[in-house]
Design a protein around this ligand. Structure first.
Ligand code: EZ4
Ligand code: CO
Length: 421
C-alpha cells in the first residue's frame, strides 16, 4: 500500500496583519465595515454595524482595536478573539461585541480565502441544501397586509413575518407603509436630528392581533409558516396571554415578547403557552442566554453574528443551544450589512441546529457598494461558492455615500411615559 507517510512539517509561518481600515458608508442606511489586509495581500471584511450608534463602534475599532491588530498573525482567530475580549477588562456590551465581531468575521474571511474555500466549508461543510428564509410583511389594514404577504410570496418567500397597525395607535414597530419616503423595506432608523416618537397601548395591541392572525390564516391557509415580533413591549403575563391567544394560528415563533434583560420573565410565559418563543437580537454574549437555554425557556436564538462577537462566539452559543433542542433564528434586518448577512449564511448552512434565517432585502445602492455572491430562490438562501464570505466592498462606491446621522424611534404610552420600543 503506497500512501502518505507522516513527515515533520515546519510550523506554518505567521501571516501578519499589515492594515485594518474602518469604512463607514451610508448607501441606503449606515454600515460599519472593517477591512483587514495581510502581508500576503489577502483582504477580509467584517461587519460592525450597530443601528443608531454606528460611530461608537467605528471609534472603538479605530482608537482601541486597530492598533492591537497590526502585526498579529491573521490566522490565530480564537486567540485574537480571546485577546480582544479579555484584554479590554471591560467585557461585553453591544459596542465592544460588534467591534470584536467585525474583527472575527474579517479573519474568517481571510482564512477561507487563503484555503480557497467558501467559509461554510471551514465550519464543517453544508448540513443542508439551502437556508429557509422569512420575509417581513406588514400593513396598516388587512388589505394592505394581504398585498404585502402576496408580494413576499411572489418574491419567493415561503415563511412570512406578520406586523400590523393597531386601531388607536398612530405608529407601530414593523409597519413599512407608515414611514415616509422610499419603501425598499422597513428601516426603523430615521435620518432626523432627534429620534422619531411613536405611541403605544399594549391592551389595544392584545385585543387586535389575534383577529389579524385569524384573517391571515383564513386567507392564506394553514401551511404557510407565520412569525410575529412583539419587540419587547409586553409584561410576562401579557405575553403569556398573547402566546395563548395565538395558539390556534400555529405561529412558527413569537419573538421578543418581553424586555430582554430579565431572563426569568420567560419562565412565566412558558408556563402558559405552547407558542414557540424566540429572543435575543439585542443580546451580545452567551451569558444573556444562560438561564433561557439551560431551562429550555425559548425555542430560537435570535442573536446577530454582527452583535455577538462574530462566527467564533455564535458557533459556541449555537452549540450550547443545540444540547437543548433550541435552534437558530439569526437576526437579519437591513441593519446587518451584506457582510454580516454572508457570515450568517455560512454559519446557517454548516450548523446542525439551524431553524430559520431572517432576510430583509437590501436597497439597490447597498448592493452597489457590497458585491455579493449569495442566491435566493424558492424561499431558500445560499451563500455561494466564492472563497471566503463571498462579499466584496467597492470602496469608491462606498465613498459616494458618507455617514448620515439616524436614530431608532422612541416609544411613549398615551400619557407620555417612555415605553420599550
Ligand atoms: O427593530 O434591527 O426582528 N427584527 C427586528 C429589527 C430591529 C432592528 C433595530 O435596529 O426587530 O427590525
Ligand atoms: Co426583532
Amino acid at each position: 500500500m503506497s500512501g502518505r507517510t507522516l513527515s515533520h512539517r515546519p510550523e506554518r509561518r505567521p501571516v501578519k496583519i499589515v492594515a485594518a481600515e474602518v469604512i463607514v458608508t451610508s448607501p441606503n442606511r449606515n454600515f460599519v465595515t472593517l477591512k483587514i489586509t495581510t502581508e500576503d495581500g489577502i483582504t477580509g471584511l467584517g461587519d460592525g454595524t450597530l443601528n443608531g450608534r454606528e460611530l461608537s463602534v467605528a471609534s472603538y475599532l479605530t482608537d482601541h482595536v486597530v492598533p492591537l491588530l497590526l502585526g498579529r498573525d491573521a490566522h490565530r482567530i480564537e486567540d485574537t478573539w480571546q485577546y480582544l475580549y479579555r484584554s479590554a477588562y471591560w467585557r461585553r456590551g453591544p459596542v465592544t461585541m460588534a467591534a470584536i465581531a467585525a474583527v472575527d468575521v474579517a479573519l474568517w474571511d481571510i482564512k477561507a480565502k487563503a484555503a480557497g474555500m467558501p467559509l461554510y466549508q471551514l465550519l464543517g461543510g453544508a448540513s443542508r441544501n439551502g437556508i429557509m428564509a422569512y420575509g417581513h410583511a406588514s400593513g396598516r389594514d388587512l388589505p394592505e397586509l394581504f398585498d404585502s404577504v402576496r408580494k413576499h410570496l411572489a418574491l419567493g418567500f415561503r415563511s412570512i413575518r406578520i406586523q400590523t397597525s393597531v386601531p388607536g395607535i398612530d405608529a407601530v414597530y414593523g409597519v413599512a407603509a407608515q414611514t415616509e419616503g422610499e419603501r425598499y423595506d422597513y428601516e426603523p432608523a430615521q435620518r432626523t436630528p432627534l429620534p422619531v416618537e411613536e405611541d403605544w397601548d399594549t391592551r389595544a395591541y392584545l385585543r387586535h392581533l389575534p383577529g389579524v392572525f385569524e384573517a391571515v390564516r383564513n386567507e392564506f391557509g394553514p401551511e404557510l409558516p407565520l412569525l410575529h415580533d412583539g419587540h419587547h413591549r409586553m409584561t410576562p403575563i401579557q405575553a403569556a396571554r398573547l402566546g395563548r391567544d395565538l395558539e390556534p394560528y400555529d405561529l412558527f415563533w413569537l419573538e421578543d415578547c418581553t424586555p430582554a434583560e430579565n431572563q426569568e420573565a420567560l419562565r412565566l410565559v412558558r408556563q402558559h403557552t405552547t407558542t414557540p418563543l424566540a429572543i435575543g437580537e439585542v443580546f451580545n454574549t452567551v451569558w444573556d442566554y444562560q438561564t433561557l437555554i439551560r431551562e429550555q425557556l425559548i425555542d430560537y436564538v435570535r442573536s446577530a453574528v454582527t452583535h455577538t462577537g462574530g462566527i467564533t462566539a455564535m458557533r459556541k452559543l449555537l452549540d450550547f443551544a443545540a444540547q437543548y433542542q433550541i435552534k437558530s433564528g439569526i437576526h437579519g434586518p437591513t441593519d446587518i450589512s451584506p457582510v454580516g448577512m454572508a457570515a450568517a449564511l455560512h454559519l446557517d448552512l454548516a450548523i446542525h441546529n439551524f431553524g430559520i434565517q431572517e432576510y430583509m432585502q437590501h436597497g439597490p445602492l447597498t448592493d452597489e457598494v457590497f458585491r455579493q455572491s449569495f442566491t435566493f430562490a424558492d424561499g431558500y438562501l445560499h451563500p455561494g461558492e466564492q472563497p471566503g464570505l463571498g462579499v466584496e466592498l467597492d470602496e469608491q462606491a462606498a465613498a459616494r455615500f458618507p455617514y448620515v446621522a439616524a436614530y431608532l424611534p422612541v416609544n411613549r404610552l398615551k400619557d407620555g411615559t417612555v415605553h420599550d420600543w
